[in-house]
Design a protein around this ligand. Structure first.
Ligand SMILES: Nc1nc2c(ncn2[C@@H]2O[C@H](COP(=O)(O)OP(=O)(O)OP(=O)(O)O)[C@@H](O)[C@H]2O)c(=O)[nH]1
Ligand SMILES: [Mg+2]
Length: 450
């Protein structure tokens, strides 16, 4: 593994553990020691550790780093998941290739889009027809041009069979057909067909220029006409009067409305699962609902949010949303960033999962603090939502003191307690269901933005 370090105007390539002259004037050198973050990011400071450097200021910055081993393919014939991660902080990309620490950053699945800008145009109305009635034995038949047809509308319809906005990104313009011309026998032209664009439930439609909210589609099959088709023009027979019996003109059709739209998908769920990568969010979702998200022992297994429906007792159900993990600095784009937190904005309660297993990257209290900080930094309203804190993987718990420290911290910060669960052993799940139901009953449903 190597890093490219920027120091003033020069750039250096330094191997891991290699020497780096960080202060040319003083002639001081240091060794590179990669910090223990999952992946180092461009612009991140490197720790320069050597006794010689005691008290010296670190001036180097990582500009780029690469690991030649970052793409390790599984042996042929084996599913790509079958190979264990070569390093502790490895993750897989969307094509199931292993990415080791220092390799490319995790990215959201490319087929998941929760924000798109599109252009829509309704059909134009057709102009009216100018024609005079001509028929054997009928003299001076008079004007008979029919009206032009109306243009088609552009309609957006919520459809629960869609869960991303990916299907919209390849089409430059969503155009409804225009009206057809009226004919010379007095008939009106056919109207253009409406264009219905399916979008996932929970799509918010805004005007891209002004940002004004046009519609929040929050129920299956809910529809909205976003651009109205233009009216057809009247044919010349409509302009005939006793004093102007042969009008040789008709009305032009109106143009259809045209708009640039920004569509945002905010999933509608009752409960959102947040936590550090590997905290056990997807495992918990698969235990509580019929959803089967991918589960594996490396961070960033989940690259797109997924929903599951959970039964709460005999009558009630609730929708759970599993999100990709957050790490420290998610607000400034680290890991998968905080862009998925928007899906939690419309949940009523947050389930905050804290990993208590010995192999967790952070201690429970640290992990809890980091996630709370990221949530509060993303939106104060989100930080105010009712939260249930879960200590996960208690079957593998070794450090009881760390768990006690977490409980103390949560008590101090929120006054609440911590539920101990193990998705693997099934402990604490009944209590959890009871608690979710209780908190949902106490929390009012959110108003829809309209
Ligand atoms: N011992 C034990 N292991 C668990 C438990 N729950 C999850 N795990 C393991 O923890 C690892 C991570 O689980 P995931 O459910 O993928 O974690 P996640 O929070 O969804 O991770 P990301 O999607 O990467 O953010 C897997 O290897 C699971 O088998 C548990 O209750 N006990
Ligand atoms: Mg997951």
């Amino acid at each position: 593994m190597y890093a490219i370090i920027r120091d003033g105007s020069r750039q250096l390539r330094v191997e891991k553990g290699g020497t780096f002259q960080f202060d040319r004037k003083a002639g001081k050198t240091g060794t590179i020691e990669f910090t223990e973050v999952l992946v180092l990011h461009d612009g991140e400071k490197v720790k320069v550790g050597a006794p010689l450097l005691k008290g010296a200021k670190v001036v180097g910055e990582v500009v780029k780093q690469e690991d030649p081993r970052h793409q390790v393919q599984a042996p042929r014939g084996l599913p790509q998941d079958a190979r264990p991660p070569p390093e502790a902080y490895a993750h897989q990309d969307h094509r199931n290739r292993w990415i080791t620490a220092g390799g490319p950053e995790p990215t959201a699945h490319p087929m998941f889009r929760d924000e798109v800008v599109i252009h829509v145009k309704a059909g134009d109305g057709h102009a009216g027809c100018v024609a005079m009635h001509r028929e054997k034995y009928i003299t001076r038949g008079g004007p008979i041009g029919g009206d032009g047809g109306k243009g088609g509308d552009v309609i957006f319809q919520a459809d629960e069979n869609y869960n991303t906005l990916y299907h919209l990104i390849h089409r430059p313009v969503f155009r409804a057909p225009g009206g057809e011309p009226g004919d010379s026998k007095g008939c009106s032209g056919r109207g253009g067909l409406n264009l219905t664009v399916p979008v996932p439930v929970g799509t918010i439609i805004r005007d891209a220029k002004t940002g004004a909210l046009l519609k929040d589609l929050e129920a299956h099959l809910q529809k909205v006409v976003i651009c109205k088709g233009g009216k057809g023009g009247r044919g010349n027979r409509r302009f005939a009067t006793p004093t102007r019996q042969t009008p040789h003109f008709s009305e032009p059709g109106e143009p259809g409305e045209e708009r640039r739209l920004k569509l945002e998908l905010k999933m509608i769920a009752d409960v959102g699962l947040v936590g550090m990568p590997n905290a056990g969010k997807s495992t918990l979702l698969s235990r509580l609902s019929a959803a089967r998200p991918r589960v594996a022992a490396y961070p960033f297994t989940t690259l797109i949010p997924s929903l599951g429906i959970m039964k709460l007792g005999d009558i009630h159900t609730c929708v759970l949303a599993d999100l990709p993990g957050l790490i420290e600095g998610a607000r400034s784009g680290k890991g998968l960033g905080d862009k998925f937190l928007r899906h939690i904005e419309r949940t009523r309660i947050i389930l905050h999962l804290v990993d208590t297993a010995p192999m967790a990257i952070k201690t429970p209290s640290e992990a809890y603090r980091i996630i709370r900080k990221e949530i509060a930094g993303y939106s104060p309203a989100l930080a105010e939502k009712p939260e249930i804190v879960l200590a996960t993987k208690v079957d593998a718990l070794e450090d009881k003191k760390a768990l006690a420290a977490l409980k103390k911290l949560v008590k101090k910060e929120t006054g609440g307690d911590v539920l101990e669960i193990s998705a693997a052993a099934g402990t604490g799940l009944k209590d959890l269901a009871r608690r979710i139901l209780q908190v949902l009953m106490e929390t009012p449903a959110l108003p829809v933005e309209n």
